[in-house]
Design a protein. Sequence first.
Length: 517
Amino acid sequence: MDYSQQEAFLEHATEHHMLKASKILQGESPTATCETRAPEESPSDFGMLLPVFAAEVSAANPKMTYKGRCFDEISFEYEALTETSFNVNVTTANPRSKLCKDVILFANTEIQHFEVFFFHGTHKLTFQMNTPEAQADVGVGGIKAFAFCENVIQDIESLFTTIKAFLGGISDHPHLPYIGSHVPPYMEKANVKFIKEAIGWELQERPTQKVDIDPDLIQSGDFFGIMRLDGLDPMIMYGTGSRVGHNVMALRFDGELYVVESQDAWYWPTHGLQRTKWADWIKYAENADFHVTWHPLNDEARAKFDEKKANDFFHKTEGLPYGYHNFLYGWVDTANDNWPPLLAKEFVPVMFKLVEDIKPTLAYNFFTEALNKRMGVDGKNISEMAGLAAESGLTVEELMAAPEQDFWEYTGLEPRDGWNWVCSAYVAAMYKEAGVFGDMEIQSTEFATMDIYIMKLFDQTTPRPEACVAADPDLPYCQLRGKYRIELPYYNSIAPYDHMFETCAINYPTYERDAGC
């Protein structure tokens, strides 16, 4: 992992978040233009190659306007021609210079067309809908316009910068500088700033940063919330409103204490659905600079938790891969209100369609197979799925918001695939299989990292160990590791209910919970 590139990304994300938060709180549209999305950033910085959403036009919504990088006013107007064709009439006006231009991608899941506008005036673009899927997709979702903000060279530079931010040399060796398992100081600083500005949470440093407790106090079903200041956990937190980026659970096997989890980090020695002896796990956690909170079950939940059933469930699922197939789908509960503001929701299906054209298997594993599950089909590509959704009167974004179902069988990840859970979903699945939810209708795959700790399942009556009280007098739980204090809004407040967390928005930028969520 190139931590310096992640630091640059967090700086960019912080500025972009503050801008959008201000707009939304003032009742304005959050749609960003090339000028407003990150005015201080270099064109070659992280993420700058991504376009901004400019317009969506259709027979039902025929005209929209946008302020471009070159032209102060760009209008898009939909004109139906035949059952299989339509025009988009683009009018450009008030160029800022004689040599400037605007680059627009016109796209949905079937159509992708780039157009460069150098001159003011009206430009007529004709699109063909040569398949039933294309006709259905345009009929429901129209055609979208996305504006690119930089030139080709800058976009290529930004692409390499972006790739370096997520691919690179993380290892599980704690003694290697920069590329080892520890978070470098400058990356920690960037994350602390990002969390403050983007999430609204100012981290407080703890005088005591390591608290040891008797492992005999930890029982099966106890939950651990984890935050790592590595750029990835904070982005998960930013997108979901959570105060932690990873979830694990304690589980005893023949009396011996283990931690079970869904894990696939490069800095962690093992991958997939796994168990790790407590002594080893807490050592790995220290090596990775984890912030760790411990949450024992309350008496009612403890009485319901069947350790043998949890053991059996683990043995059935051990070795399955991390839940990449449904990673996006567990936290996208609504078509419009669950997307982190740095990524235009309208671009997500288009982005995966572009990936599909280059690497179909990758797109299918990370995006398309879950769409297939929602329509009860198999092997369909993104365009075909958009057509099927449109036949039901749905956009792809609306189809994505349909609840994920436990025990859908996924394919394509080696060496073993099948059921899929991300970290929080696996903890929820453990609770479900162990009987904590009783007869409730619960889809564990709908649980994000915040959803576990806000459930009313945890003990707040038993006195905490003295070491926990001394380290964090005001917390209602023990924090075992971490430089900064982990504070959890809505902690232990929502009693489990049928179809829990299936339709809950993140309500950016306040992250307030909806009634019943």
